[in-house]
Design a protein around this ligand. Structure first.
Ligand code: SAM
Ligand code: SF4
Length: 465
């Protein structure tokens, strides 16, 4: 956290983040940029001079939640007119000046590539003007900025390795709100991870919309840009980060089924500290729906990738994203999703009903013709199926001993701690002698569909302290 008592800190910033991990990671970049300009973060909105909301546009209900929140701040401004309220991220980029001019909900709008401009934008608001910067960039990766960690846990951190997306899945607004795909200099990534490790962090999650297409000094056509410099692909980057320390766990998200290579799987298999967990969103189990979604793979291709994971990283946990009720989805196509879920038996899934987003390919090309009732009924079926699979996956862990990285007190009781296994299962266990950031061996004794419960059988001494 920023030290709010530092003499250079003169103003208080309250940051609230919605949506994906990338947004939470971006908020840490924003906190860093503003800390250089005299802002300390606060968790108490009452004492804030500037409120920034980092937003998500992925589904309509995500936007509605933010609008409600912005209305709260509009009321707050009545008693504190000098309060600056700004909107960042995907909604800022999508709606541009609308929230500012038409709805008059905010003073400041900054898109995902405009955060370096925030000190100037806040100053502009101070002179009575409304401030907007929604320019998207082909280069900006904030590579040189050391994020200010806002989580306070000090164990696990997100590290953004690329920005934007070139995929154009027909349902998705991300390519419009986050711009073109670009990768971050690998040396700055390794430096950030090394710095985190030295500060006591024991886990990094490398973030990108499609991490498998990470490339440095390689063009989109696969050609080397500068033959005198080394190139780096995602499998190589994973190994570089894993080599920071065997005590640093490495995770990554999100993998795309069309791009996930065996080299990535081999890197996982040969490094104990690259966690055996892959999030591989399928979206639908029907090849015809996948074609309409413009996902660029078929059901068979996806199942072959699952087979490759099972072959190369046998103990790997797999999770997914599913959308129900996409344009034209028939009952048969929906059943193909259910049967694919049975074929894979995911350990975990994020499941959504389709929400049409303005400007996307699907909005332009197809009718959003599945009723809300059918979308929701199909979603319930998918969720029910997944609950069964999650429970079965957790039950298989009972009786095993798992290496767990302690994160902190469990949500329900201070007498218990929680942490994750390499396979990303949450484990709750009695406090005993353990502390956050330590590895412990836990014997799993019971479970629900969401959590494992166990007893500590061994504390692992760190080699690096
Ligand atoms: N880049 C990742 C990928 O390709 O899977 C994740 C992108 S998105 C932030 C996370 C998930 O939101 C997607 O995998 C998809 O399941 C869901 N999603 C995206 N657009 C949606 C929409 N219009 N309606 C419902 N769910 C959507
Ligand atoms: Fe959206 Fe597809 Fe890009 Fe993921 S890969 S962010 S779903 S366009």
């Amino acid at each position: 956290m920023i030290d709010a008592n530092k003499s250079s800190v003169s103003k208080k910033l309250y940051l609230e983040s919605y949506g994906c991990q990338m947004n939470f990671s971006d908020s840490e970049v924003v906190a860093s940029i503003l800390s250089e300009n005299g802002f300390g973060t606060t968790r108490n909105v009452e004492e804030a001079d500037v409120v920034l909301i980092n937003t998500c546009s992925i589904r309509d209900n995500a936007e509605q939640r933010v609008r409600n929140r912005l209305n709260d701040f509009k009321h707050r401004k009545k008693s504190k007119p000098e309060l600056v309220v700004g909107i960042l991220g995907c909604m800022a980029e999508r709606l541009k000046t609308k929230l500012l001019e038409e709805e008059q909900l905010v003073d400041l709008v900054a898109g995902p590539d405009a955060y370096r401009d925030l000190p100037h934008l806040i100053e502009e608001v101070g002179t009575g003007q409304k401030a907007v910067n929604v320019l998207l960039s082909r280069e900006e990766t904030y590579a040189d900025i050391t994020p200010v960690r806002l989580d306070q846990g000090g164990v696990s951190a997100f590290v953004t390795i690329m920005r934007g997306c070139d995929n154009m899945c027909s349902f998705c607004v991300v390519p419009f709100t986050r711009g073109r795909e670009r990768s971050r200099d690998p040396h700055t990534i390794v430096l950030e991870c090394t710095d985190l490790f030295e500060k006591g962090y024991r886990e990094v999650t490398l973030l990108g919309q499609n991490v498998d297409s990470y490339r440095w000094n390689i063009s989109s056509k696969g050609e080397i840009k500068n033959t005198e410099l080394p190139t780096t692909n995602f499998a190589e980057l994973l190994v570089m980060v894993a080599n920071v320390s065997p005590e640093l766990r490495v995770r990554f998200s999100t993998s795309h089924p069309k791009d996930m290579t065996d080299d990535v799987l081999k890197a996982m298999a040969s490094h104990e500290n690259i966690c055996p967990y892959i999030h591989l969103p399928v979206q639908s189990g029907s090849s015809s729906v996948l074609t309409r979604m413009n996902r660029n793979y078929t059901r068979d291709w996806y199942l072959e990738r699952i087979e490759a994971i099972r072959r190369i990283v046998p103990n790997c946990a797999i999770s997914t994203d599913v959308i129900t009720g996409f344009c034209g989805e028939t009952e048969e196509e929906h059943k193909e999703t259910l049967s694919l879920m049975d074929a894979v038996s995911y350990d975990f899934a994020y499941m959504f009903s389709y929400s049409e987003r303005p400007k996307t390919l699907a909005e332009r090309r197809y009718d959003d013709d599945i009723s809300e009732e059918v979308k929701k009924r199909r979603l319930t079926e998918v969720i029910q199926k997944q609950l069964g699979h999650s429970l079965a996956s957790n039950k298989k862990q009972i009786g095993t001993v798992q290496k767990v990285l302690v994160e902190g007190p469990s949500k329900r009781s201070d007498e218990f701690l929680c942490g994750r296994t390499g396979r990303n299962s949450m484990v709750v266990f009695p406090k005993e002698q353990c502390r956050a950031g330590q590895y412990v061996m836990v014997r799993i004794e019971d479970c629900s569909s969401a959590t494992l419960h166990g007893e500590v059988v061994e504390l692992i001494e760190s080699q690096s302290n």
